[in-house]
Design a binder for this molecule. Structure first.
Ligand SMILES: Nc1nc2c(ncn2[C@@H]2O[C@H](COP(=O)(O)OP(=O)(O)OP(=O)(O)O)[C@@H](O)[C@H]2O)c(=O)[nH]1
Ligand SMILES: [Mg+2]
Length: 326
């Protein structure tokens, strides 16, 4: 398929074309990059914002299982749902999506759902640097909800929150990590907190965790206009799911009314531009022969405190400009 055909397919909502488009976006060859830019430039003009939901939480908290239930519920209501799932094991094994596919058994067979694992090789904590662009393509393909699942490690929550309209943080009952959440500044990022596994033996623990989180939230400076709800849910018993959807929709409609939605997206675009600028400058620098070695040498010297970082970078930049001007 040529890029024009892929674009046509994406705009018609064809999943195969979308998958091909995402492969181009993740591609690293000059040809793939060129085609990806063509797709993005055209897709960005389609202004059909989906509701972008970031979902994060510790490994095993129940993210994928919840997405399966949430996703199916949305599809049953007539919506189209895209899930960009990041399999945490891919950081070690190099990309097995088995876990997520089995957790999203029904969703992965739904014709109105699209599930895509992202390679997390180069990413901080598992969010591919191209996830933002993938979201853009999914929106052009007409999805109503786009969900990004990431495991809560490192900087991944901050990254996901910086590319979605609403950030849903999942907490395990009895994990005792609500204070850790504050320490990491993660609670400040959350627009909704949901305590998972509100069933069986963990039902009571979940309720305790709920009140702990309500208390913990009082110590956190978060939204001025939005009271972060702490919800209870069970994916196995399908309880509390509609409440999550209702809060997501309420948050989005409130933000749309007071222009928060658009201003948040604009500031995310600005961040995106700066990231891309850094990214491409770095790529350009590394493409100059010998630069990788001199950067490494300079980095070693900085680490050992032999030269200041400022001087090291200054010398590298001077060298590069000299090479360029010759
Ligand atoms: N009791 C109970 N168990 C659940 C629930 N949701 C998920 N689980 C179980 O918790 C385990 C982890 O679920 P996942 O959905 O894979 O969790 P995850 O957060 O996506 O995990 P990673 O992607 O590995 O970080 C599985 O054994 C699920 O069956 C729930 O609502 N209640
Ligand atoms: Mg998962």
């Amino acid at each position: 398929m040529n890029p024009e055909e892929i674009l046509k397919g994406i705009l018609e909502g064809d999943m195969r074309s979308l998958a091909k488009g995402i492969t181009l976006i993740e591609g690293t060859t000059p040809d793939q990059k060129k085609k990806a830019q063509f797709l993005l430039a055209n897709c960005i003009k389609i202004n059909k914002p989906s509701t972008r939901i970031g979902i994060s939480g510790s490994p095993g908290v129940g993210k994928s299982t919840l997405i399966e239930i949430l996703g199916c519920k949305l599809i049953d209501s007539g919506f189209r749902v895209a899930v960009l799932a990041i399999d945490p094991s891919s950081q070690i094994t190099g990309g097995s999506i088995l876990g997520d596919r089995t957790r999203m058994e029904r969703l992965s067979t739904e014709k109105n759902a699209f599930i895509r694992p992202s390679p997390s090789k180069t990413a901080l904590g598992g969010v591919s640097p191209r996830t933002r662009e993938t979201l853009q393509l999914c929106e052009a393909a007409g999805f109503d909800y786009t969900i990004v699942e990431t495991v809560g490690v490192g900087q991944s929550e901050t990254l996901v929150a910086s590319m979605t309209d609403i950030f849903l943080m999942l907490q395990q009952p009895g994990a005792g990590d609500e204070l850790q959440g504050i320490k990491k500044g993660i609670l400040e990022l959350a627009d909704i907190i949901a305590i998972t596994k509100w069933d069986g033996d963990s039902k009571q623990k979940a309720e305790i965790a709920q009140s702990q989180h309500v208390n913990a939230l009082q110590l956190v400076k978060s939204h001025e206009k939005w009271q972060v709800p702490v919800l209870l849910c069970s994916s196995t018993e399908k309880k509390g799911i509609q409440q999550i959807i209702d809060k997501v929709n309420l948050f989005i409609s409130t933000n749309k009314k007071n222009n928060e939605f658009i201003s948040k997206r604009r500031s995310q675009n600005s961040k995106w531009f700066k990231e891309e600028l850094n990214h491409q400058i770095m790529d350009k620098i590394l493409s100059i022969s010998g630069s990788e070695k001199s950067i490494k040498t300079a980095l070693d010297q900085v680490i050992k405190q032999e030269i200041p970082a400022r001087t090291a970078v200054n010398e590298i930049i001077d060298d590069i400009f000299n090479i360029q001007l010759k």
